[in-house]
Write a protein that binds this ligand. Structure first.
Ligand code: TMP
Length: 245
C-alpha cells in the first residue's frame, strides 16, 4: 500500500506526491494541457491515462535495455510509483529532424533531416522558458558536474537509438524529445516522463504530428493522436468513459 503524504510539485502535465517512503514518490498524470508559457490552456481527454501507460511501457523497455531510470510500477490508471530523485536543473533536448524552437532560432525549415543528432542543454526554469545553456554554463553555475553531463549525454544518445528503432517499427518518426535526469543515492537516473507531451512524434507516411503540437498548433484530433500512439506502441485501446465537452 502506497500512502501519499504531500504534494512535492505540480508541473504542466503532472503532479508529484511524496509518500511515507522517503525514497519513493507518486506521479499523477493530468489531462490538462498548457502551452506558450501558460497563454494557451486546455484539456485533452484521456491524456493523463494515456501518458501514464506510455511512460510505463517506455521506461520498462528502457530499463530492460540497460538504461537506469526512476520508474518502479504503475499504480492505477493515472498514477505510477517512481524513485524520489533530486531533479538536475538541466533539460536535455535531443533532435533528429529540425522542428520547434530549432526551426525558429535558425530559420532552417521544419522537417529538415539533421546530419547528426543534435543535443541541446537548457536551464530548467519555466519562468524563463528553459533557456539554452552550454556546457561551460552548466559547470560554471554548478547545475551539474562534467561527469554528470557526460553521463546524461551518453544516456540521451542511447535513448534516442532505442526509441527511434521502436517507433520506426510502428511507423512513427522520432523528430525530437526532451529528457530530465535526477540524482538518487549517488546515481544519475533518467526521470520525468517520455510521452507525446515531451516528444515530437510524426506519422511516418503522412508526417502529421501525433503529439502535443496538435494542441499547440490547433491541428485538431489531439486526443485521437495520443490514443493512436498508445495503441501502436502497446496494443492497448483507450476507452473514453467521459462525455466529450
Ligand atoms: P522545442 O523545439 O520547443 O525546443 O522542443 C524540443 C523538444 O522538447 C520537443 O520534443 C518538445 C519538448 N518540450 C517539452 O517537453 N516541454 C517543453 O516545455 C518544451 C518547450 C519542449
Amino acid at each position: 500500500m502506497t500512502s501519499i503524504t504531500e504534494t512535492i510539485t505540480e508541473g504542466k502535465g503532472k503532479r508529484l506526491y511524496a509518500t511515507e517512503n522517503p525514497d519513493e514518490a507518486v506521479v499523477y498524470y493530468k489531462d490538462e494541457a498548457i502551452a506558450f508559457h501558460g497563454l494557451k490552456r486546455g484539456r485533452i481527454i484521456g491524456k493523463g491515462e494515456i501518458n501514464n501507460r506510455i511512460c510505463e511501457y517506455l521506461f520498462t523497455l528502457l530499463k530492460q535495455q540497460g538504461v537506469p531510470n526512476h520508474f518502479l510500477r504503475r499504480l492505477d490508471e493515472r498514477s505510477s510509483l517512481v524513485k524520489r530523485v533530486d531533479i538536475i536543473p538541466v533539460v536535455v533536448k535531443v533532435r533528429n529532424i529540425v522542428a520547434g524552437s530549432l526551426a525558429r532560432r535558425t530559420g532552417y525549415a521544419a522537417g529538415t533531416h539533421l546530419r547528426n543528432t543534435v543535443i541541446e542543454y537548457c536551464l530548467k526554469d519555466s519562468e524563463l522558458d528553459d533557456p539554452l545553456v552550454n556546457l561551460t554554463h552548466i559547470t560554471a553555475m554548478g547545475l551539474a558536474t562534467a561527469d554528470e553531463i557526460g553521463l546524461m549525454e551518453q544516456v540521451a544518445v542511447r535513448v534516442n537509438g532505442i526509441l527511434t528503432e521502436v517507433l520506426r517499427e510502428i511507423s512513427i518518426e522520432l523528430i525530437d524529445f526532451k529528457l530530465e535526469f535526477g540524482r538518487f543515492h549517488g546515481e544519475v537516473l533518467l526521470s520525468d516522463e517520455i510521452s507525446p507531451d515531451t516528444c515530437r512524434f510524426w506519422d511516418a507516411s503522412t508526417h502529421e504530428p501525433l503529439d502535443i503540437d496538435r494542441f499547440r498548433l490547433d491541428l485538431g484530433d489531439v486526443a485521437d493522436a495520443y490514443q493512436d500512439v498508445l495503441h501502436r506502441l502497446t496494443g492497448y485501446v483507450y476507452k473514453n468513459t467521459e462525455e466529450e465537452t
